[in-house]
Design a protein around this ligand. Structure first.
Ligand code: FE2
Length: 283
């Protein structure tokens, strides 16, 4: 297939972050200058949305490959391998077989998080494609973690500078597990504020879904500091809400953006295909 030497339009989606890209058909390759321009738009807007795409796994993986190396999914198990043998892909769906979800993160609301923050090397980016979506609910909220950092009081930035936080998550229960019950689950320690390796900007890197505590602080101080940081991420000035349509493809930067999912009706099918892009150890 010949690569498209396409020009595209970049339409900002909100003051917080996000841009829609028009004029590209991602089922076909795109040429190197276009990829470079897309990457620049992505670093500026954090989240890029492409509407009306018809993508198989190979096209989606090729697109992901323009940004970095695709990452195999963690801990595949029998249920997910049966319905999706391609380890690059994680299906996020509430589809069930014999009453059991066929894959991960099946139901309902998900609090703000950065993908796989509980790993030593969390995903740099996530490429999510909407195969089937409910007619209502299941929107994704994206938050600009640079903005959240920049909006903090100078005193808070100073007090938490250089601190590190502990992250853990249980995909099966979709909740934090608590200090006593975290053995055997993936877990990692990362800076509270991370510096984006490409832009050099600082971003809040703790999240309500996965961050358990800030290390070396009394528990009550850790809890109140985390609440301050979560509130900064969730401030309306930092958030764009995306209403999905079938055929949407979104790439977001986990190094400087967080996302959350709204609840949706249990009797409506939601099927998303996720491909992750490998990342560095946060600093
Ligand atoms: Fe996620």
């Amino acid at each position: 297939m010949k690569a498209q030497a396409a020009t595209f339009q970049t339409l900002p989606l909100s003051p917080a972050l996000g841009a829609e890209i028009r004029g590209l058909d991602l089922s076909r390759p795109i040429d190197a200058p276009t990829v470079a321009a897309l990457r620049a738009a992505w670093l500026e807007h954090l989240v890029l949305v492409f509407r009306g795409q018809e993508l198989d796994v190979e096209s989606q993986a090729r697109f992901a490959g323009y940004f970095g190396e695709t990452s195999d999914t963690q801990s595949p198990d029998e249920r997910s391998m049966k319905h999706n043998p391609d380890r690059r892909v994680l299906l996020i769906t509430n589809i069930r077989e014999n009453g059991k979800p066929i894959s991960f993160l099946p139901d309902g609301e998900l609090q703000f998080h950065s993908d796989s923050a509980f790993l030593e090397r969390p995903l740099m980016a996530t490429v999510l494609y909407a195969v089937e979506i409910p007619d209502r609910g299941g929107e994704t909220l994206f938050a600009n973690a640079y903005r959240a950092y920049e909006a903090l009081d100078a005193e808070v930035k100073e007090r938490l500078a250089g601190r590190r936080a502990f992250h853990v998550y249980d995909y099966d229960t979709q909740v934090k597990t608590g200090r006593l019950d975290r053995d055997g689950l993936p877990q990692a320690v990362h800076p509270v504020f991370r510096t984006h390796p490409e832009t050099g900007r600082k971003a809040v890197y703790v999240n309500r879904l996965m961050t358990e505590e800030i290390l070396d602080l009394p528990p009550s101080d850790s809890a109140s500091a985390l609440e301050t940081l979560f509130a900064a991420i969730e401030h309306p000035d930092c958030v764009y809400e995306h209403r999905w349509r079938k055929g949407d493809l979104i790439i977001w930067d986990n190094r400087c953006a967080q996302h959350a999912r709204r609840d949706f009706p249990a009797d409506r099918t939601r099927l998303m295909r996720r491909i992750g892009i490998a990342g560095d150890v946060p600093v």
